[in-house]
Design a protein around this ligand. Structure first.
Ligand SMILES: [Zn+2]
Length: 251
């Protein structure tokens, strides 16, 4: 299990909860010593264009700091997906998040759709034909859903459930009944935790979800699995929640 991280993700690039000071520090502190870290290269503009229109890219570019950190975040997702394709499970500890970034617009603290770009790159390079994206963030990833629409190549799945049991059941059942894909990517948002905005999941549930993703990948897609960070805003529990997920997803 490799953690993809760049020290520029510490930068407070704007004023929103995803960009808050101390957020990445809390996660890095919880993972250091247990996981190996790797540094991403920035994505290229050509990579952004795999999902986004030129006007959208130009509008993000008007804020150079957001643009530069955004390129690194997308580069982190690309590296995590590449490692997963090559057989090494990986997690993009990146920000800004991406799942609310659609081809021509964005909102919800997102600018570029990191996971969608990473998957599209693998497909356009001919490495895979089909991918499954599981998004367990509290919020529906409209940007990812809009990117792939009714695509037969990529399935986007966002489990629902009004209580902990039904949410976990929905997620588990869906993974069990999914057809095989060639890779699974996870939009990992931790804002559904009981001490975060969603008030639902316990820390141990992220370990369980990580294990289910790992089992799915071993049974259905040659073990190819990766995740990228989306939401998660309570710094006092975020680190242990990410660690829990990675312990399940990894070994
Ligand atoms: Zn969220």
């Amino acid at each position: 299990m490799k953690v993809i991280f760049h020290k520029r993700f510490y930068e407070v690039y704007t004023h929103d909860p995803a960009a808050a000071g101390g957020r990445m520090e809390a996660i890095v502190k919880a993972l250091e010593g247990e996981f190996e870290f790797a540094e991403p290269e920035p994505a290229s503009e050509k990579d952004l264009e795999r999902v986004h229109g030129k006007n959208h890219i130009q509008s993000v570019k008007r804020d150079p700091m957001v643009y530069e950190v955004g390129l690194l975040a997308t580069g982190g997702a690309i590296l995590a997906a590449k490692m997963a394709f090559e057989g090494q499970a990986a997690f993009g500890l990146i920000r800004p998040p991406g799942h609310h970034a659609s081809p021509h617009s964005c909102w919800g603290f997102c600018y570029f759709n990191n996971i969608a770009i990473a998957i599209k790159k693998l497909i356009s390079e001919g490495k895979i034909k089909h991918a499954l994206i599981l998004d367990f963030d509290l919020h529906y990833g409209d940007g990812t859903a809009n990117t792939f629409g009714n695509s037969k190549e990529v399935r986007y799945f966002h489990p629902e459930g009004t209580n902990r049991e039904t949410f976990l059941q929905d997620l588990e059942r869906s993974l069990q009944t999914e057809t095989p894909y060639e890779i699974i990517g996870v939009s990992a948002g931790f804002d559904r935790h009981e001490k975060d905005w969603g008030g639902l999941l316990k820390t141990e549930d992220y370990l369980t979800i990580g294990k289910w993703v790992k089992d799915y990948s071993l049974n259905r897609c040659q073990g190819r699995r990766f995740g990228v960070l989306e939401g998660g805003y309570n710094h006092s529990v975020l680190g242990k929640n990410v660690r829990s997920f990675l312990q399940g997803l990894g070994n």
